[in-house]
Design a protein around this ligand. Structure first.
Ligand code: PHE
Length: 511
């Protein structure tokens, strides 16, 4: 059990690119537009911006400060801060593991579609192509059907990249990957957005995006989706930010970095949505129908509607298609690597085993589970697991973090820690948000959406499918967290910290 030196970022720029890389992902390009669309277009922006202000940014500042102060992966930071709270650190860690199992599959689809874009392999009927030929979707969540060979290949490729980059370590792998991919992504998306908004009929799509359906605001699911989206998109409550912050040198402007991350991520998301709705408007105009008729809900948007749009455009559509799917791959890889790092670092911290060993084992186990989503029932299972994890585990973890760090570990200690090394200071208002507002709002959403869950079956799936895949995943994450909490730490991981703890300049012992 050799004590290893913890990784560290090579530069502040490298770190910023890596957190932005974690935040900007499938959530921004694939998930956000359909969330917006599903939840009443422009009206969604109100809960969305509320979520950014009352939970997104405050919790981001919290996770930055917490990971930085206790210099550990999520469970290690919790264990160091307070012995009894380690389990809270394992919940987002195991949730990150589960997310990885399907995140890599969607990324795999994008790799397939990237290749298909070169010759429009999807043909005229993109819907039938996606569901039948590509996914070979079965009748229900319990009929697995066979493995889809093409998808299996790309999922393995995605895993090889995840594994290689994370195996190489923080500055040797993750930072390098982000330095190349983030600027690339920006260029790719700029092409998509500029092309999107200048297409004939684009305004028709933008009108849908910006015309709010106010009545939707009365629906709790809209608020739940907004908070879930903001957390997912900012990589919050999934162990990634705390881990990344733990690799920062002692003196780093945390508040400033948190603001840059939030701004870059939400700006990118919004920017992408404008391009995407512009393209939908073009599609609707060229077919002489309403935008509502072309925009399919859910996953369909990126893999059914877009391929159709590219086909309609002809030659230039091939170029745009290749660029669009490459952008999804670029964005997704930097996020999936952060999920793998969040999980692996926790196990490395706990066991003291080598990074190479843990990353390799994690990748193999995770890839094996990913194969479940490569079956004919994959899409159903993915949809259910995504819904339950994001609605309950992520929002619930955000609430638990705010309560425990706010009240037990003390919000003010984190605030002072951040302020001591940051130029822009966080005021006392932040303590109030962390201690009262965030827990109340997140708790409220949690309770109301649980009640809602009993009214209608999510996605019209049969109850036992929701129980087994959805509730089952939640229970598994919780049980694993409690069990792992009981296992011993490698020597010196927790006790040794107290003595070398708060030695930041200007930081006094606070209560
Ligand atoms: N933020 C990423 C996205 O938007 C997903 C993610 C969540 C990555 C949590 C890491 C941790 O796609």
């Amino acid at each position: 059990m050799a004590k290893q030196k913890r990784g560290q970022w090579g530069s502040k720029m490298g770190f910023l690119l890596a957190v932005i890389g974690s935040a900007v992902g499938l959530g921004n390009i694939w998930r956000y537009p359909y969330m917006l669309y599903k939840n009443g277009g422009g009206a969604f922006l109100i809960p969305y911006f509320t979520a950014i202000l009352v939970a997104g940014i405050p919790v981001l500042i919290l996770e930055y400060g917490f990971g930085h102060k206790f210099r550990g992966s999520t469970p290690m930071s919790f264990a160091r801060a307070h012995k009894g709270l380690e389990w809270i650190g394992w919940i987002p860690t195991f949730a990150a593991f589960v997310i990885m199992t399907f995140y890599s599959v969607i990324l795999g689809w994008a790799v397939n579609y990237f290749v298909y874009a070169f010759d429009f392999s999807w043909g005229e009927n993109t819907k039938e192509f996606f569901f039948k030929d590509f996914l070979n979707i079965s009748e229900g969540a319990f009929t697995l059907g066979g493995f889809q060979f093409d998808i299996m290949v790309t999922v393995i490729v995605v895993w090889l990249i995840n594994w290689f980059v994370t195996y190489k370590g923080v500055s040797g792998g993750i930072e390098k990957l982000n330095k190349v991919l983030i600027p690339t992504l920006l260029i790719l998306m700029a092409v998509v957005v500029v092309k999107g908004v200048t297409l004939p009929g684009a305004t028709k799509g933008l009108n849908v995006l910006f015309t709010p359906k106010w009545e939707r605001l009365a629906d709790i699911s809209v608020w739940r989706d907004a908070f879930g989206q903001v957390f997912f998109s900012l990589s919050l409550a999934l162990a990634a930010i705390i881990t990344y912050a733990s690799y920062l040198p002692k003196k780093t402007d945390l508040n400033n970095s948190a603001m840059i991350t939030a701004f870059a991520n939400c700006g990118f998301e919004f920017f992408a949505a404008i391009g995407i709705f512009g393209i939908l408007g073009f599609m609707a105009t060229s077919q002489g129908v309403d935008v509502t008729e072309v925009a399919g809900g859910g996953v369909g948007l990126a893999f059914v509607v877009f391929p159709k749009v590219f086909l309609t455009m002809g030659g230039i559509g091939k170029v745009l298609g290749v660029i669009f799917f490459l952008a999804i791959i670029t964005a997704g890889l930097t996020s999936s690597v952060s999920l793998l790092e969040a999980f692996s670092s926790s196990v490395i911290d706990k066991t003291g085993k080598s990074r190479k060993k843990i990353v390799t084992i994690t990748s193999i186990v995770c890839l094996s589970i990913s194969l479940l989503y490569v079956t004919g029932a994959g899409l159903y299972i993915l949809d259910i697991v995504d819904h339950f994890l994001n609605s309950y585990i992520v929002i619930g973890t955000g609430m638990l973090e705010a309560i425990t760090i706010g009240w037990i570990i003390r919000a003010d200690m984190i605030r002072k820690h951040n302020n001591a090394i940051s130029i822009v200071k966080v005021g006392k208002w932040w303590n109030l948000v962390i201690k009262f507002i965030a827990p109340l709002v997140l708790g409220g959403i949690l309770v109301l959406s649980i009640i809602d869950e009993f009214k209608v079956n999510y996605g019209d799936y049969p109850t036992n499918a929701l129980l087994i895949y959805g509730v089952g995943t939640i229970v598994a994450v919780l049980v694993l967290s409690f069990i792992t909490d009981r296992l011993p730490w490698r020597k010196g991981a927790i006790e040794g910290f107290a003595t070398q703890g708060s030695d930041y300049k200007g930081e006094k012992e606070e209560g």
